[in-house]
Design a binder for this molecule. Structure first.
Ligand SMILES: [Zn+2]
Length: 316
């Protein structure tokens, strides 16, 4: 593990730089994706990363995404597990490096199971596996750490199929595919209706990020902040109704937000009054299923509206 620490520090130094502190959520997300992509592309293909190292990097990326700093914090508006989900499951498609590492280990298990004509595979079979069944044998205790991890990778294959069949399903054109293995290990997620809203093409990344948080209802409105035991002004700053600033007030019971949203919808030629968040989202989901250009623009404009209402609120 200590041999990996300098490499981890090099990675984390990228998110500690002075300029990275000025990034928006979406900018931070791109930086985190790039750091994890480098780990996945270069490291996970060459080294097996110890769990502790993966935990340090993941924790650093999570803290940076939500706080913009590298100071240890447990603040996370949306769980990391949801962030790592594919976009169709309303995630942000960030690489789950622990799962990716497991998939990379399976790439080493595959030639052993296939008895490929390689010197190291022959060595493993001659000295450790001998005539045993790879899928049933105990992990040889006298083997080195790396080999034990490779043989233990059998446990990552959770399907009921045989070891041979499970590994074969992770191949593509006769070669083992880490990506295929990774997607299989991530598993299936229930598809949320509102994934259509975040899959709309065109929104500016920062608009997309705020819409994604709004869909999870994780924007730090007064009701959310109160759960963190932070005392802030209770009234909505966008209107003079002195209503408490809850998520459902800002989106879109608030007269100011309702006016902005109605104007936009009418400008696009839809005759519809804007109600609360949930009915509005349901209406959008039905619309965005349609492939007409006007409906696609509606999705783009809705993301922009949610973003600018939120920015206006934060600027007050
Ligand atoms: Zn208001």
């Amino acid at each position: 593990m200590y041999q990996c620490l300098p490499l981890v520090e090099k990675m984390i130094s990228r998110i500690k730089s002075r300029s990275s502190k000025l990034l928006s959520y979406s900018g931070s997300l791109q930086l985190v994706k790039s750091v994890l992509f480098e780990m996945q592309t270069y490291w996970a293909h060459i080294f097996l990363l110890p769990k502790k190292i993966i935990s340090i990097v993941t924790s650093g990326c999570r803290t940076f995404l939500w706080t913009g700093s590298n100071n240890c914090s447990r603040k996370a508006l949306v769980a990391w597990e949801k962030i790592c989900r594919p976009k169709t499951a309303v995630g942000l498609n960030v690489i789950d490096i622990l799962t990716w590492n497991r998939a990379a280990i399976c790439k080493l298990l595959w030639p052993v199971e296939q008895k490929k004509d390689k010197l190291w595979v022959l060595w493993v079979h001659t000295f450790y596996i001998k005539s045993q069944d790879l899928s049933q044998m105990e992990t040889p205790k006298q083997a080195c750490w790396l080999l034990r991890k490779v043989i233990d990778a059998r446990k990552c294959l959770t399907s009921n199929d045989s070891l041979h069949k499970s590994l074969h399903q992770m191949t593509y054109k006769g070669e083992f595919s880490i990506k295929k293995s990774y997607l299989s290990m991530l598993g299936q997620f229930p598809k949320a209706d509102w994934s259509k809203l975040v899959l709309v093409k065109g929104p500016i990344p920062r608009h997309h990020f705020i819409l994604w948080m709004a869909l999870y209802r994780r924007l730090s409105t007064v009701d959310i902040v109160a759960k963190w035991e932070i005392v802030v002004q209770q009234e909505c700053v966008l209107c003079d109704t002195q209503s408490e600033e809850k998520f459902d007030h800002i989106f879109f019971a608030c007269p100011y937000a309702k006016h902005v949203c109605c104007s936009l919808v009418n400008w696009l030629g839809y005759s519809r009054t804007i109600g609360d968040w949930n009915p509005k989202i349901q209406w959008l989901i039905q619309r965005i299923s349609n492939s007409r250009p006007r409906d696609s623009i509606l999705g783009f404009c809705f993301a922009a509206t949610a973003y600018h209402i939120w920015v206006e609120r934060n600027g007050k």
